[in-house]
Design a protein around this ligand. Structure first.
Ligand code: SAH
Length: 210
């Protein structure tokens, strides 16, 4: 898988090393384990998906993570991208809106000794109950219809946000925040992708009545 990523233009050694070190099959249910090292998105709980390895690599490289940076992730999902960021040496804060995934993935990341701090919440707002901002980096792993203002506020000046923006399909953007005013934000495109949508609010799954 990593040889394929290197051929695709992933040159950041920190990304390639992390993707070599973190077994993707740990984050995939037994039904789909045979696909773990294919470049495909795979269903996880709560009708969500774990992103393709190439997408994880492109986002991780665009994020330009350095050791000990504070990184906020929106969309914990399976926890795979979270684990990659931890393996890259980041201090990771990750938000998930689906209660079921939050519980399951927090337990998995704890069991695997990844030190990410997991939160149940609405990533449009960033972290509100506890404030660890400003972040050096922010990564959004669901399709955002627009760039959330609250998240740009929580990004350090000099920091980078990587975000797929769009409704049906998304354009991957990195936004470098060179100052507080939007005129000082520099965007760089990384091509088109298809993510599950970024939705408002938290989601608790209700048991069906018998
Ligand atoms: N990084 C994940 C990607 C999972 S898919 C992985 O590697 O597995 C995207 C995730 O974003 C889903 O779990 C979805 O529930 C979550 N999500 C969507 N909107 C959100 C929001 N507003 N706040 C937090 N998480 C959100």
């Amino acid at each position: 898988m990593c040889a394929r990523l290197a051929n695709m233009g992933i040159t950041d050694k920190n990304v390639l090393d992390a993707m070599t070190d973190v077994p993707r099959h740990w984050f995939i249910d037994s039904l789909h384990k045979s696909l773990a090292y294919e470049d495909v998105a795979i269903s996880i709980d709560c009708e969500q998906t774990i992103s393709r390895p190439s997408t994880v690599a492109i986002q991780s490289q665009a994020l330009e993570v350095k050791k000990d940076m504070k990184v906020l992730e929106v969309g914990t999902g399976s926890g795979y991208q979270t684990a990659i960021l931890c393996a890259m040496g980041a201090r990771v804060f990750t938000i998930e809106r689906q209660h079921g995934l939050f519980i399951k993935t927090k337990a998995l990341l704890d069991a695997l000794h990844y030190k990410a701090k997991c939160f149940l919440g609405d990533g449009y707002k960033g972290l509100t109950e506890v404030d660890y901002s400003p972040y050096d980096r922010i990564i959004i792993t669901c399709g955002a219809p627009y760039v959330p203002e609250a998240l740009m506020k929580q990004l350090k000046v000099g920091g980078i946000m990587v975000i797929p923006v769009g409704e049906q399909q998304q354009e991957m953007l990195s936004i470098t925040k060179n100052g507080e005013s939007p005129e000082e934000w520099i965007q760089k495109p990384y091509g088109n992708f298809k993510f599950v949508p970024m939705l408002d609010g938290r989601q608790f799954q209700h048991r069906r009545r018998p």
